[in-house]
Write a protein that binds this ligand. Structure first.
Ligand code: UT7
Length: 328
């Protein structure tokens, strides 16, 4: 009998501090940085973002999202046998212990389950789902907790108006379970390291000292152009692999970075705007967290229903991109 992986629970969490465009404009003005609600909204579709308190880590946001997903799935932490956290803002510098191990501890999971971080920036959740799906289909694992969690506010240069207005903090999670019925129908992953410098965090540690700025830098127009062409291609690839076309889809759930990129992808796929889940207005670009945040929102408000078909896709630093087609 073929084993598939199926989404049996979703969860998400945004830290309480919600900063509207107007409020951010006022805060940036104090630093001599000029921007406007009109510019931010018209160029990106973002109205607000959430910021975590300084003492709050990606794992804290991840745990909240995971608890919501576990509750929906009717499971407890010790039912999980694999934890994958997609994050570019791990709790520990150098990435260890991994945020997944910290999440395991904070959830009180003592069954010794596997736990690992995945780093593919804004495509991280798509990569993590793909890895978990492969592990489950191979028979190695039965219940995976897959999380995207970020505190991107930590790596923003609030003097760079071209980036700091776009990103926020948050987490989203799903539970993937082994199933006799298909859930994840196809996954496609890609990367091209030649484009590494158009979206990156500059610097590294040497002798305990940060060499470089440590801040996110982005060539926005270059990322925009690449994203628009890659997202359509990978969506079509994943659909073909699932034996489907875009007309078979109930929902498009793209990485929530910029409404103009999202609309352009939907148009190229000939999907009506009403079939695209949009949450970028409420939380900005939360990198690896944005797709599960959008998915959970649409599951909980009743838009995404059992047996419907969804396409999730992301693009980000590396350069990385990928797509997942799933039956809910
Ligand atoms: O998650 C990973 C994927 N990341 C993305 O998908 C981001 C992709 N890129 C984008 O979303 C867009 O390129 C941005 C939203 C970042 C920028 O939009 P754009 O339409 O490409 O604007 P631009 O960078 O070409 O800048 C246009 C103008 C410039 O002024 P000049 O040179 O035309 O006088 C910028 O200096 O807008 C200026 N500008 C701003 N003005 C007010 C840049 N940032 C701001 C700002 N407020 N915050």
């Amino acid at each position: 009998m073929t084993t598939y992986s199926k989404i049996i629970g979703t969860g998400s969490y945004l830290p309480p501090e919600r900063v509207t465009n107007e409020e951010l404009v006022a805060r940036l003005a104090l630093k001599g940085v000029e921007t406007s609600d009109e510019w931010i909204f018209s160029r990106s579709g973002i109205s607000a973002r959430h910021y975590a308190d300084p003492a709050v880590c990606s794992s804290d946001l991840a745990v909240q999202a995971a608890q919501n997903a576990l509750e929906m799935a009717g499971l407890t932490g010790n039912d999980i046998d694999l934890i994958i956290v997609a994050t570019s803002t791990p709790d520990h510098f150098g990435g260890f212990p991994s945020t997944a191990c910290v999440v395991q501890r904070k959830l009180g999971i003592t069954n010794g389950c596997a736990a690992v971080d995945v780093q593919a920036v804004c495509s991280g959740f798509i990569y993590a789902v793909s890895v978990a799906d492969s592990f489950i289909r191979s028979g190695a694992h039965k219940k995976a907790l897959v999380i995207g969690a970020e505190v991107f506010s930590r790596i923003l240069d609030f003097k760079d108006r071209g980036t700091c207005v776009l990103f926020g903090d948050g987490a989203g999670a799903i539970i993937l379970s082994a199933s006799a019925e298909p859930g994840i129908l196809a996954t496609k992953l890609h990367a091209d390291g030649r484009y590494g410098d158009i979206l990156c965090v500059e610097g590294g540690m040497s002798g305990g000292i940060l060499a470089g700025s440590g801040f996110l830098t982005m060539d926005g127009p270059a990322v925009f152009k690449l994203a628009v062409s890659l997202l359509e291609k990978v969506a079509v690839e994943a659909l073909e692999s699932a034996g489907m076309t875009s007309s078979d889809l109930d929902w498009l759930i793209p990485h929530q970075a910029n409404i103009r990129i999202m609309q352009s992808t939907a148009k190229k796929l000939q999907m009506p705007a009403e079939k695209m889940v949009v949450t970028v207005d409420q939380h900005g670009n939360t990198s690896a967290a944005s797709i599960p945040l959008a998915l959970d929102t649409a599951v909980r408000d009743g838009r995404v229903k059992p047996n419907q078909h969804i396409l999730m896709e992301g693009v980000g630093g590396g350069f990385t991109w990928g797509a997942v087609v799933a039956r809910m």
